[in-house]
Ligand binder design. Structure first.
Ligand code: ATP
Ligand code: MG
Length: 211
């Protein structure tokens, strides 16, 4: 053990990156299950800034997505929300997320949580060969996607079965836009927040306009 870490316990920190437009119970169940199964001290939700793979659609302003994430996680003492991605100018790349969090938490162990749809994309991410030094990756099942780890480094990736939630943000946005109920797909406070600012209505009045 290095002298400067003597007596300190390395915390185990989960990191759940996402657009969270909006955050829904699929995200929350996955984070909660990984927290429990991996004995994590904390799970940090990190809403993205602009994303390289989502530039083709109108994403809600970061401040709205951040606040929905805060509302959804507020009641869980092990959940927190980080602004590192939304405060960093430019596109969000996970390597930058992990480097920024590593500076804040130099001695802690990181577990980056992703759904089965994201897992096969990781090898194409910026500086993907360096991701594994910064975090262990945990892939969770997601309805409609098979949980495959082909090509991923075996030692750095674990797959975990979580209660399957057939919910996506895309579906929540479509439902709200069409006047179909979204109750119970997202936390009540998030439904109310979406309605308050008309986030996915045909006419939108977001809290903060996009920079
Ligand atoms: P969108 O439809 O806008 O892409 P989404 O529902 O996929 O939204 P994201 O914010 O893109 O949500 O996802 C953030 C992370 O959460 C990703 O790693 C994704 O795989 C995971 N995730 C999202 N929904 C689920 C779910 N229902 N079950 C398990 N993992 C999920
Ligand atoms: Mg997605």
């Amino acid at each position: 053990e290095a002298p400067h870490t003597k007596g300190t316990r390395h915390r185990r920190i989960g990191i759940m990156g996402g657009t969270f437009d909006p955050i829904h119970h699929g995200h929350l169940v996955a984070a909660s299950e990984v927290q429990y199964r991996f004995g994590l001290d904390e799970v940090i939700f990190v809403p993205t800034g602009e994303q390289p793979y989502k530039q083709d659609r109108d994403v809600s302003p970061a401040e709205n997505r951040y606040l929905m994430t805060v509302i959804a996680t507020a009641s869980n003492s092990r959940f927190s929300v980080s602004r590192v991605d939304i405060d960093r100018p430019g596109l969000t790349f996970t390597i930058d997320t992990l480097r920024d969090l590593r500076e804040i938490y130099p001695d802690d162990e990181f577990f980056f949580i992703t759904g089965a749809d994201v897992l096969p994309q990781i090898l194409e991410w910026k500086d993907s060969d360096e991701l594994w030094e910064l975090a262990h990756f945990v892939g969770v099942n997601r309805p409609g996607h098979s949980l495959v780890t082909d090509g991923l480094p075996l030692d750095d990736v674990t797959v975990l079965e979580v209660p399957a939630m057939s919910i996506s943000s895309t579906d929540v946005r479509r439902r709200e836009n069409a006047g179909i109920p979204i109750w119970y797909l997202v936390p009540d406070g998030v439904v109310q927040y979406i309605r308050k600012y008309g986030l996915y209505s045909p006419s939108r009045f977001p809290l903060v306009s996009q920079p």
